[in-house]
Design a protein around this ligand. Sequence first.
Ligand SMILES: [Zn+2]
Length: 178
Amino acid sequence: MTPEYAALLSAVDRFANLRRITSTQQVEGPFRRLPIAGPKFRVLQAHEWGNYQRDQDEVKGWLRTIAEGRGQDVARAISGRLGTLDAVMRLDAARQEIQTLAFVQGVQAAYALGVALLLSPSTGLRGRLGHCTAPGCGRFRLDLDVRPGRRWRYCSTPHRRRADRATATERKRRSRNT
Ligand SMILES: [Zn+2]
């Protein structure tokens, strides 16, 4: 994982966790500041901020599906999106290693690339995505330090308890109905 891609993944995580979208700059700013933001990065008109609400719903849906272990459903949706990326080849002279750098030209391309990285087995990050299922929360967290051990699942102990209580209530409700 290059620092460029790690920064992209942090921006995707931040976008998915925004509580309320109030302006286009709020969404575009962190993506435009990324080292991989291309020179033709497309910004929306101020009144078009609602488009980013739909984009956020989309990326949250993808992340939720991955967290539930159904990555293959998301992969199909994303593969068509990556056609808008620009790529440059670079030879790292010190390591004598060829590198491909992708440039994103808009918010949609940025989060599609971020989620594609998350899905790719070579990054080893798929299992590092946590989704807090406490009622009313729904935060995502991407643990970029790949290390063994249990992955993050809930924001906090109170959220874990809240989620456990909700599961227990749901189980009771189901057993009554059968
Ligand atoms: Zn939570």
